[in-house]
Design a protein around this ligand. Structure first.
Ligand code: GAL
Length: 354
């Protein structure tokens, strides 16, 4: 009896020691590279389209933060930004060329957010971590490898905030917004790309927020303008031809399309302008809020997103842990909060973002 107890105790000790060695070994072999070892960090970025104003502002910020980081850390950082021109096949090829060039990290704004597999397979085969941004990949893809990350924002929040901006305006001045005095808000929606998380969700939650607060809304029409100002001008012009003065509110999934809608309104012969609300807080959007043409916008924190992308890319290149202040969910994703911008606080944003 005593003998077998001793044997069992021996086996347990051996097992415990093996576990300790395994865990310790893993820690030991997670080798953090020193700056001297790496010398030059190369980050490949592929964006879905170069004509997207918001993405252009985000990319400018990524490049300027990388320059700053280069000076602070005294290590060369190259950020190679390529546009996929709206083609997933081109984007996959770009990732392949980043892999061939031995880049440390790739950052990807997917063309088709439901088709991440080409990008993932290529980067994974070379063990190069991927930071996806802005165009949220589906959860199964995010879970496919432990070196896949996502930087973005919570689309629901942006829709709710758009709704709140409309609500605040209604509380102050419903009489003049409700042009035909029927007690109902007649609205049109200008939508971003079909299938994009921000388009679907902003459309739903902006309207829901106003309805849940007790107002009655009537949708006159909706048009897709793919985040693009020129397309929004055309689409809004046709909505104005159909509904003209009946339109009391224009909800746009982003600022560029809101600005396009405004241009169409200015070119039309309607006398009393509807409320126009956007999302992003791009330079043009801020100017328009300042001029009281747009009633408000929702700041899509491109500064915070750019910072997260650069800090994460830097840490991954040196195989370091992410800085704690980034506060990643399950060490994988980060959603920067949106912020409401109206005439009352627009100057702060103009100052901050210039
Ligand atoms: C959204 C942004 C749009 C457009 C889109 C591209 O978050 O509001 O303006 O840039 O991303 O994916």
């Amino acid at each position: 009896m005593k003998q077998s107890r001793k044997k069992i105790a021996g086996v347990i000790v051996v097992l415990l020691l093996s576990v300790c060695f395994y865990v310790g070994g893993k820690q030991f072999f997670k080798h953090q590279k020193s700056i001297d070892e790496v010398k030059h960090i190369k980050i490949g970025v592929s964006i879905y389209d170069e004509y997207d104003t918001y993405i252009a502002e985000l990319m400018q910020e990524v490049s300027s933060l990388a320059k700053k980081k280069e000076m602070e850390e005294k290590i060369a950082i190259t950020v190679d930004v390529q546009s996929a021109g709206g083609s997933q096949i081109t984007q996959n090829d770009q990732i392949e060329s980043f892999v061939d060039k031995n880049y440390n990290v790739v950052c990807v704004g997917l063309v088709d957010r439901t088709d991440a597999s080409g990008v993932i397979d290529k980067a994974k085969s070379a063990d190069i971590p991927i930071i996806f941004f802005n165009r949220e990949l589906v959860n199964e893809d995010l879970e496919r490898w432990d070196k896949i990350y996502y930087v973005g924002a919570d689309a629901v929040q942006s829709g709710v905030m758009q709704g709140e901006i409309i609500l605040e305006a209604c509380k102050k001045n419903f009489e003049s917004i409700d042009k035909n005095k029927d007690g109902i808000l007649q609205y049109v929606i200008i939508e971003g790309e079909p299938g994009h998380q921000d388009a679907l969700v902003r459309t739903e939650y902006s309207v829901k927020t106003v309805v849940n607060a007790g107002y009655t809304l009537q949708k006159l029409g909706n048009e897709i303008a793919n985040w693009n100002k020129a397309q929004a001008i055309t689409k809004m012009t046709s909505l104005l031809e159909k509904y003209g003065e009946e339109i009391e509110v224009v909800i746009s999934n982003n600022d560029e399309m809101a600005l396009g809608a405004l241009e169409a309104i200015k070119n039309s012969n309607i006398e009393s302008y509807p409320l126009v609300v956007g999302v992003d807080g791009v330079q043009g959007g801020l100017e328009s809020v300042k001029k009281k043409e747009m009633i408000g916008t929702v700041y899509n924190d491109y500064r915070g997103q750019a910072k997260a992308i650069v800090e994460m890319a830097f840490a991954l290149s040196l195989q370091q842990d992410f800085p704690e202040e980034l506060n990643l969910i399950e060490n994988k994703s980060i959603y920067l909060p949106y912020q409401k911008i109206t005439y009352d606080n627009v100057q702060e944003y103009i100052r901050m973002l210039n």
